[in-house]
Write a protein of this length. Structure first.
Length: 288
């Protein structure tokens, strides 16, 4: 029997509602007020959780990378941008209080061990391993030591790399996300059938982290058996920010949640039957 994962009284797995996360990530653009607006958006359409990203900038990026020229509202280098997008303790405390007040789960993908320690201060119920971190064995082990459920994103990874990461993490309290790490992803590179491949290979819940334009692949992923779906959200896809174009505005995430929630009802039980609502039609239209 396929394993399930429990996160804050929600069960993820076959036979349970698809767990839908609104990825805020860095789309807050350094503003707590914008982050709160995105939390409100996720809550208003029925998402189960919101997710952020946390990095220790000087650990995750090299000095050369941080020194590269990059114009932004925060300054003229890539380092200015990266530091400007990072929330500190006071900002995350405000986010934590706000999510608890509103009654929505929040968690983060931590890109280094220090960021795990930082997020642990807020006792979030789970973690995500970003695709970029899938090959970082030390980080995987460090996250696993928290004893909390883990979402593992598998973008830009081979099956051999995924197998190794799963060996490091173990399949207990693990949800594996199929995804493609381009922003936005082209339709011919989304490859949703990998969800079926992962379901056949592993006993843990399988999900989909989408970066595509539009909503169809995310909805189709749930039809293929995705137990969890994650999409980036934004207040405006045209504003500055590297992830905005691959994100959904309120109408888009609303339709993703609405349509995924209807899938099990539409699929039914597979038993062919004549419904009571069809009886008057039989009487009206059948000659014999």
């Amino acid at each position: 029997m396929r394993k399930t994962v429990n996160i804050a009284n929600k069960t993820i797995g076959d036979g349970h509602p698809c767990f839908i996360t609104a990825e805020i990530g860095i789309n807050h653009n350094g503003s707590v007020n914008r982050a709160k607006s995105l939390i409100d958006m996720a809550l208003s359409v029925g998402c189960d959780a919101v997710k952020f990203q946390k990095r220790t900038v000087d650990v995750v990026y090299t000095k050369e990378e941080l020194a590269k020229e990059r114009q932004s509202v925060f300054g003229e280098t890539n380092g200015d941008l990266k530091r400007g997008l990072e929330f500190g303790y006071e900002q995350y405390k405000e986010i934590d209080d706000y999510c608890r007040q509103k009654g929505i789960i929040w968690y983060a993908s931590c890109w280094d061990e220090g960021s795990v320690d930082f997020i642990e201060q807020f006792d979030t119920p789970c973690y995500k391993i970003a695709s970029a971190s899938l090959t970082d064995d030390d980080l995987l082990k460090y996250v696993r030591k928290t004893g909390k459920p883990v979402f593992l994103a598998t973008g830009m990874s081979t099956m051999e790399q995924i197998e190794h990461a799963v060996d490091v993490l173990g399949q207990d309290n693990l949800i594996i996300y199929h995804c493609t790490s381009t922003y936005p992803s082209e339709l011919n590179e989304i490859n949703l059938k990998v969800i079926t491949t992962l379901r056949e290979k592993y006993d843990c819940p399988i999900g989909f982290s989408g970066h595509e334009k539009g909503i169809l692949p995310s909805i189709m992923s749930a039809m293929l058996g995705a137990n969890a779906v994650e999409r980036h959200i934004t207040t405006d896809r045209t504003i500055w920010g590297s992830d905005q174009a691959a994100s959904l505005e309120r109408d888009g995430i609303y339709r993703v949640v609405r349509d995924i929630r209807q899938i099990n009802t539409i699929l039914g039980d597979g038993v062919k039957k004549v419904y009571d609502s069809e009886l008057p039609i039989i009487k009206k239209l059948r000659r014999k």
